[in-house]
Design a protein around this ligand. Structure first.
Ligand SMILES: [Zn+2]
Length: 277
């Protein structure tokens, strides 16, 4: 059963779909179609929570994405943004945190379908024993990925990215040594553990206040290729390609479709948000 809010969203989605199609066409003709990046956390049927999606709902989203978009890697997204020109609807898929259950359905499905994926893991939670504080708070310690999981994914072509050591609010770190440990040392240790270079970093929580110029400077000094936020914004051609703005892959399909078909109410979010070089 749909509640009033969902009915409202369906009405909005359907009511604006023609107009939205026209505006996408205009953006396509001028090479100004934004490129989307999605973030998921956990795909599993047990213990549903706000950062999980069921296997069936995930597969439904992926099948729809396959029909409607080119599914691309983060480097490809950045190329389109930095070229200043994009005339094809495209989405880059990412995951945050490092939940073990993603190995059961989500990652095998994406690999089977040949869909690029970047998988951000929190280095301090990869010994198979510690659960994330946000899960402990709910009384349900969910299993996390191990180094072996990440090694295996990397061998299959999944891009492994860094997501700090302790899943901290990077924007709130005042102490330089802590910042270096969370952003630099944890990333280096992850790279060493999986014997692969790490190219991307995703800020936990990912709102503007959870990021900092000092942290971005450190990622540049390490030679990373980009950082990801998570406050829901599109990546328009010509904007800063180093900062990849992502959209939550909402388990509610209508909200998910609403974002990805370019909601005109949301196109100004994050425009011109640029870290210093
Ligand atoms: Zn996270």
């Amino acid at each position: 059963m749909l509640d009033t809010r969902q009915i409202g969203l369906h009405a909005y989605y359907l009511g604006t779909s023609w107009w939205r199609k026209q505006s996408r066409e205009k953006l396509r003709q001028t090479g100004q179609l934004p490129v989307c990046s999605l973030f998921y956390h956990r795909v599993a049927d047990a213990h549903p929570n706000p950062w999980s999606i069921s296997c069936a709902d995930f597969e439904r989203q992926i099948r729809w994405l396959q029909q409607e978009f080119e599914l691309i890697s983060l480097p490809d997204l950045q190329r389109r943004v930095s070229s200043g020109n994009n005339d094809r609807m495209a989405v880059a898929i990412t995951f945050d945190d490092g939940y073990a259950e993603n190995m059961e359905f989500a990652i095998p499905l994406l690999l089977d379908l040949g869909i690029p994926v970047t998988y951000f893991v929190t280095f301090g939670f990869m010994d198979g024993e510690r659960a994330f504080p946000h899960d402990l708070k709910r009384g349900i310690p969910l299993p996390t990925n191990t180094i072996d999981d990440c090694r295996w994914m990397a061998e299959q072509g999944v891009e492994i990215g860094a997501h700090t050591r302790s899943h901290c609010d990077v924007g709130g770190i005042a102490d330089r040594a802590t910042l270096i440990d969370e952003v630099v040392t944890a990333t280096e240790e992850l790279s060493e553990a999986i014997s692969r270079p790490i190219r991307y970093f995703a800020f936990p929580y990912g709102k503007p206040e959870n990021m900092s110029q000092a942290a971005v400077d450190l990622t540049r000094q390490m030679g990373l290729k980009g950082v990801c936020s998570a406050y829901g914004a599109y990546n328009f051609p010509g904007e800063d390609p180093y900062h990849i703005q992502r959209i939550h892959a909402d388990p509610e399909f209508i909200r998910f479709k609403n974002w990805l078909t370019i909601d005109p109410r949301k196109t100004s979010i994050g425009r011109g948000f640029k870290f210093l070089d």
